[in-house]
Design a binder for this molecule. Structure first.
Ligand SMILES: [Zn+2]
Length: 500
């Protein structure tokens, strides 16, 4: 079944590129705070997509950058009077913890601070090609040199002024939408680092104050970073400074994937100016188009119908969410909505997630309860085939996760009325199917609750009472079991205990 993906660039569903490994780059976190549900949505959506592709034996190289050099980090470090490195380090670790909690294991990471030589190399190329210019506070990209600027976000260069951030708002820029590639150190540093502190190759290459061979940047990097007034700055052939946000991503993706690759993903809020700038830089530097075949964007996550914002104080962090609910509930909730649509999170939707998960756990518990030996009937074989097919139809259509989950429920709803007539073999293959498909969404095997020994003993006592027709006593025991958080259902094959 051909997998189709909606590309934000062409506005059409396109075939999954057939390069293997499939190269997928997704914008990672800027590590200055805890990730919120909006971030979680993007990370869970792409983890699910990669898990699905891998379940189809498609080799995927999934890479995410970590923005650990950025204005936001510097600002926050200043506020907190701590080193920007310490701050970035702390939240990078927090991010990995969150990934672990959410069962996100599909991705490799690349930190901006570890790719300064690659960043410098790309900026040098842009300077040589006449696409970048130097003014007093840094090097900027001249968007007038790229006629296709705006092709992703469908904006024109004159509308690009919307992109002007406080930081990039230098009055000497050629065009309002020009963005920073390299930001000079805010504090004047006249001298290169001590020659003695540089590795031998770099010592050879440091000709003038900021001159020298670009390859020497590779060797200079380690010993030539300073933090001055909360700003991390590197000594490079471009002078003391630090990279702009957009160039960090393209330098990393070019380093690992080359100048052209398969899929770039991220939140829809990053489409402009960030992704537009990425295309502009990369296609200008390499002269090759398109930079990526498919652009994928996850929709907004709203909280009670409103965008998350500082002023509304409605940021829900993933950490806070998972204190209240299980990570599986978050993953399920996110996947109950198509990745491109806006997702309105409310307390009620959390309830929906809880109930859906409960229903799934209940069916697994019931299927595990079946002990009667027997063959797998052709009807069950047919139902499983149909469910598998519907699942793939949904996932192949731009990863329609809500439809794919619905195909699992269609199977459940069909077998449920006759569940106690199933043989153990039938129950086992249905259970395996459900668990395997769900693990794509949950990132893990669906866990059912283990019934504690005291509950089993109470249930056995109750069975004895029922056998002796002591119905008042057996009802009392049922109530006791319920008060301990478990329910007993008297099925035709015996009493089934499950978590309430
Ligand atoms: Zn990015």
């Amino acid at each position: 079944m051909a997998i189709k993906i909606y590309s934000s660039l062409s506005g059409k569903k396109e075939n999954l590129p057939n390069t293997r490994p499939l190269r997928l780059f997704v914008c990672g976190p800027t590590v200055y705070d805890n990730p919120h549900l909006g971030h979680g949505r993007t990370y869970i959506a792409f983890d699910t997509i990669v898990r699905y592709l891998r379940s189809k034996k498609i080799n995927v190289f999934y890479l995410q950058n970590i923005t650990d050099v950025d204005d936001k980090i510097i600002e926050r470090a200043k506020e907190k009077h701590i080193s920007p490195l310490e701050l970035a380090n702390k939240f990078e670790k927090e991010y990995y913890k969150i990934e672990k909690i959410l069962n996100i294991k599909s991705v490799k990471h690349a930190k901006a601070s570890k790719h300064i030589p690659q960043i410098i190399k790309q900026i040098q190329t842009l300077i040589k090609k006449g696409c970048a210019y130097k003014i007093n506070d840094g090097y900027y990209f001249d968007i007038s040199t790229f006629p296709e600027y705006g092709k992703l976000s469908k904006r024109t260069a004159s509308q690009a002024e919307d992109a002007t951030s406080r930081i990039d708002n230098d009055i000497n820029k050629k065009n309002k939408g020009d963005f920073a590639l390299w930001k000079f150190s805010k504090t004047q540093i006249s001298a290169p680092p001590e020659r003695a502190s540089l590795p031998p190759l770099a010592r050879l290459a440091t000709g003038g104050a900021f001159g020298g061979d670009i390859n020497a940047d590779l060797h200079r990097k380690k010993n030539s970073m300073k933090i001055i007034n909360y700003e991390p700055v590197w000594y490079t052939s471009l002078g003391w400074g630090r990279p702009g946000w957009h160039i960090e991503d393209t330098a990393i993706s070019e380093h690992y994937f080359g100048s052209q690759y398969d899929i770039h993903g991220g939140g829809v809020d990053l489409k402009f100016p960030h992704h537009e700038a990425e295309i502009t830089q990369q296609e200008s530097a390499s002269g090759k188009k398109p930079m990526v075949k498919i652009w994928m964007h996850t929709g907004f996550l709203l909280i009670d119908g409103k965008k998350m914002s500082k002023s509304l104080k409605n940021f829900t962090t993933i950490k806070d969410f998972t204190k209240k609910y299980s990570p599986e509930i978050l993953r399920l909730l996110i996947n109950l909505n198509h990745y491109r649509s806006s997702f309105n999170y409310t307390e009620k939707s959390a309830e929906q997630g809880i109930n859906t998960l409960k229903k799934l756990q209940k069916i697994i518990t019931s299927l595990s309860f079946i002990k009667e030996k027997g063959i797998v009937s052709s009807e069950i074989e047919y139902l499983l085939k149909k469910a598998e097919n519907n699942f793939d139809i949904a996932m192949s259509d731009d990863f329609n996760t809500p439809k794919a989950i619905a195909s699992i429920f269609e199977l459940i709803n069909t077998i449920e009325p006759k569940i106690w007539t199933l043989s153990k073999n039938e129950a086992t293959i249905i259970k395996k199917f459900i668990i395997k498909k769900l693990s794509i969404f949950l990132g893990t095997t669906l866990k059912t609750h283990k019934i504690p020994k005291n509950i089993t003993i109470l249930a056995q006592e109750r069975e004895l009472c029922r056998g002796n027709k002591q119905f008042t006593k057996s009802d009392l025991l049922r109530n006791k079991i319920k008060s301990l958080g478990y329910i007993i259902e008297d099925t035709i094959i015996g009493p089934l205990i499950s978590k309430d």
